[in-house]
Every structure is written in structure tokens, then in C-alpha cells.
Write a protein that binds this ligand. Structure first.
Ligand SMILES: [Zn+2]
Length: 202
């Protein structure tokens, strides 16, 4: 039996700027990488690393995420200030797939599964210890995939001369769910030297 003690430990995490923080008290046993094209876009990376958390086991301890409804079935949560992707949420489900990279110590979590393999970047090899769950169609079924395609709000993978983002699908971005003047850990930001300040805080 694999060691699943990671599931019953408590964890905190949050976005890059610190406007949104979370705490979880229990985890599902599904820490995985999803390589599907929609997860790639949602995190601006080659895959999304996610772990399931039941809603009752997740508390937003500072701020609340903004959301983008990437399709009729899925919300993507992110920090409305700095943009850090924070979760995937199936609207028919009871929980969240929280981004593992947003945890304070991602190394405490294993990666046990890989899916969405149709989108895996050709330079990436399968993780040796992760079970391969196949393509999105293989993992979720063709019907679910067609359903998502029908209600997809994601820009196609080519330039478009006209495009109206589905802004009604975006909630909370740019609005203050936290005090309008965020305080930073250093408490001081050198006037007129934001670039210097940034190199210290990245
Ligand atoms: Zn942030």
C-alpha cells in the first residue's frame, strides 16, 4: 500500500501576491497532472498539477478567488490581483481541484496520476511513479468531452480577427475582495523603484 498519510495532514497555501490564502484539512487521493489543452491554458503552463479537496475541507483564509467559467461545467479560480491559478471546479461536483503549486510546500504531496495525455508536451516523459489514466476521452468519456466542447469559452488556438471574451464568465477579477491597499511583508515599497522592489519579492 502506498503511503497516503499526506491525505490527512493539514496544509496552507495561496497565490503569488498573498491576496488569497487557503487552508485545507483533508485531501482526496488523486494528486495528478492534467495535460489537457484547457488545463494548459488555465494555468499558462504545460500541465495543471491538481489535488482534490472536498468543499467542507477547504477554507479561504484571506480573500476569495476570482473565477473564469472555462466551459459550462467548470470554473477556474485564480487570484484576481496577481492571476495565480488556484483551482479547477466541476460545477456538478462537491469539491475543488486545488493547484498543487499554490500549496506552501508542494513537495509534501506526491503526484500519483497523469491524465489528458492527448495534450502532453512532446518533450515531457511520463512520470515513472504516476499511473497513466489516458486521454481525456479515456478518463472522462466521450460524452463529457463533447459536452465541454459545446459550452467552451476558451479562445481557439489560432489568431482571430474578432473575439469577444466571454466576460460574463469572469467573476471577481480586478475587484477587491481584500483591503484596497494591500500590505506587503516588508511594509515598505521604495518609491519609484518598483522593478527593484520586485526583484526582492519574486
Ligand atoms: Zn494574488
Amino acid at each position: 500500500m502506498a503511503d497516503d498519510s499526506y491525505r490527512t495532514r493539514e496544509y496552507s497555501g495561496g497565490c503569488q501576491c498573498g491576496a488569497v490564502r487557503f487552508h485545507v484539512t483533508a485531501l482526496k487521493g488523486n494528486p495528478h497532472l492534467c495535460h489537457c489543452r484547457m488545463c494548459q491554458k488555465a494555468v499558462g503552463n504545460l500541465f495543471a498539477a491538481l489535488i482534490g479537496v472536498e468543499a467542507g475541507n477547504l477554507t479561504w483564509t484571506r480573500g476569495t478567488p476570482a473565477t473564469f467559467r472555462s466551459s459550462g461545467h467548470v470554473d477556474r479560480g485564480f487570484c484576481g490581483r496577481c492571476g495565480t491559478p488556484l483551482y479547477y471546479r466541476n460545477l456538478e461536483g462537491t469539491g475543488y481541484g486545488v493547484t498543487i503549486g499554490a500549496f506552501d510546500d508542494p513537495g509534501q504531496l506526491p503526484i500519483l496520476f497523469e491524465m489528458g495525455l492527448e495534450g502532453r508536451h512532446p518533450s515531457l516523459a511520463p512520470l515513472t511513479q504516476a499511473q497513466q489514466l489516458g486521454t481525456t476521452v479515456e478518463a472522462d468519456g466521450a460524452e463529457a468531452v463533447e459536452d465541454i466542447a459545446r459550452s467552451n469559452n476558451q479562445h481557439p488556438d489560432h489568431d482571430t480577427s474578432d473575439w469577444t471574451p466571454h466576460m460574463s464568465s469572469v467573476r471577481g477579477a480586478g475587484t477587491a475582495s481584500t483591503p484596497s491597499t494591500p500590505r506587503f511583508a516588508t511594509g515598505r515599497r521604495p518609491p519609484g523603484s518598483s522593478s527593484r522592489w520586485r526583484t526582492r519579492s519574486r
